[in-house]
Write a protein that binds this ligand. Structure first.
Ligand SMILES: Nc1nc2c(ncn2[C@@H]2O[C@H](COP(=O)(O)OP(=O)(O)OP(=O)(O)O)[C@@H](O)[C@H]2O)c(=O)[nH]1
Ligand SMILES: [Mg+2]
Length: 438
């Protein structure tokens, strides 16, 4: 799937959003929507690869975590290099998306006092978006103070040199399958084992509390996999990796979330979350465009919806996008290449030549956009047929907008959901299947 920033479809979408913004600032009362259009742009176009740093002792399972998250062997596992190796940022690639990754077995490894300094300076120079602090489940109580010292020096170095806020820390209790009872190794685990896993999480939590370290979550994980020579998974004893993917996703800045959502194997859930934010953001803009007392609705709405659908198609892993878009256009009657139309319209609108489009209400504009957006998620992300997609569209349209969708977006920040971090965005509502039921 061609989906890089140089992709002509992306520049088309970017151009359409720029045109939209130019139009909206010219229309009385709609200027404030420009910020919302920019927030949409950040979601659809300006994404960048996430930067993830893993620290943890040798053999704590850092490389295995990367493989488990991406569902492929992207890093060698086991004793592959010596402890004095310098950590380096590398690109892990999956689904033609990238994760920037760096890991270090700790600042003291190799017994080189200058090493700590160098590691800290590499991370301070190019700060990670999120720090994975990896502790083997059997070692949550063994020498943990040294590990926490390492973590603290890294956070302090980033803060001191970069002047930046230190990155959020996701603590990972690794290799949980090694807790008792040892057998079976393979999930699902017995109640007794689950309870021991929970205990190890609690122990680590208490160490963080005692040392006054704030972590965004503590996630227990088993990441053991064996791969065929082509990299595909042969043995899969992963446990709770989806929860880790979600925790990392939540800790990332929004600009890096779409790329992570594409690269992680747990990605359908995450891609749906990004898509929902695109749909809520667009629906909110559509509402205010529809409600504005100027008859330009359709001229603005069609390309706006086109960009929304295009943005959702960027999150698809269904193969040839050209084929998908053609089928979508034929089945749904909305050409997502509608940006061109806006360009022509924008020129006229900027001169404010009145009279095109028909005025429709905000609710109608928002309802149609919402239904179209959820249908696009069903089609591009959930893999529905075009007939199922049409049914979804009709069903959501009949059900109407969820009551809370626009309630917190009245005057000043109509589409703020699009700009908020995941954990706060009310409109996105996780998978939010609820309001999709008839
Ligand atoms: N049983 C079990 N073994 C694991 C798990 N994760 C990793 N391992 C094994 O532990 C060993 C070390 O794993 P790595 O992922 O290479 O650990 P690392 O932290 O990258 O190690 P260094 O790069 O040497 O610092 C390998 O033999 C892995 O197969 C797990 O969840 N369960
Ligand atoms: Mg490693």
């Amino acid at each position: 799937m061609a989906n890089t920033p140089s992709d002509p479809e992306r520049s088309e979408a970017a151009q359409t959003l720029a045109d939209l913004e130019a139009v909206l600032v010219r229309i009385n009362g709609l200027g404030q929507l420009a910020a919302d259009v920019r927030a949409l742009r950040a979601l659809i176009i300006d994404g960048r690869p996430p930067r993830v740093a893993a620290i943890g002792r040798r053999g704590s399972g850092k490389s295995s975590l990367a493989n488990a998250l991406l569902g492929a062997r992207v890093l060698e596992v086991g004793a592959v290099d010596d402890t004095t190796r310098e950590p380096q940022w590398i690109d892990l690639e999956r689904n033609q998306r990238k994760i920037r990754w760096i890991d270090t077995p700790g600042l003291r490894a190799g017994g080189d006092p200058e090493r700590a300094e160098r590691v800290a300076s590499i991370l301070a120079k190019d700060p990670p978006d999120v720090l994975l602090f990896c502790v083997r489940a059997t070692q949550v109580d063994a020498g943990i103070d040294d590990d926490i010292d390492d973590l603290r020096s890294i956070l302090t170095a980033i803060e001191a040199r970069g002047g930046a806020k230190p990155p959020p820390v996701v603590a990972v209790v690794t290799r949980v399958d090694e807790l008792t009872p040892l057998l079976p190794k393979q999930p699902p685990f017995s109640d007794e084992k689950r309870s021991n896993i929970e205990k190890s999480v609690e122990v680590l939590r208490r160490h963080f509390e005692r040392r006054a370290i704030t972590v965004s979550s503590v996630v227990p994980v088993a990441a053991f996999t064996k791969h065929f020579s082509d990299g595909a998974i042969a043995i899969d004893w992963r446990h709770n990796v989806d929860a880790l993917a979600n925790a990392v996703f939540d800790a990332l800045p929004q600009l890096a979330q779409a790329e992570a959502a594409m690269a992680f194997e747990a990605s359908r859930t995450l891609r749906r979350r990004v898509a929902r934010r695109i749909v809520t953001g667009t629906t909110s803009i559509a509402f205010f465009v529809g409600a504005a007392p100027v008859p330009h609705d359709l001229v603005v709405l069609t390309p706006l919806q086109g960009v929304m659908v295009m943005g959702i198609s960027f999150l698809s892993d269904r193969g040839s996008r050209a084929r998908l878009l053609a089928e979508w256009t034929a089945g749904m009657g909305l050409n997502v290449g509608a940006g061109v139309a806006l360009r022509a319209a924008a020129r006229s609108l900027i001169k404010l030549v009145p009279g095109f489009g028909g005025a429709i209400s905000g609710a109608v504009a928002a309802g149609g956009t919402w239904a179209l957006g959820l249908a696009a998620i069903k089609y591009f992300i959930d893999g529905a047929t075009i007939d199922e997609t049409r049914e979804e569209f009709e069903r959501v349209k009949r059900a109407g907008l969820p009551a809370d969708l626009l309630s917190n977006k009245r005057d000043d920040a109509p589409a703020s959901a699009a700009a908020e971090p995941a954990q706060h965005s009310s409109g996105e509502g996780g998978e939010g299947e609820g309001e999709r039921k008839p």
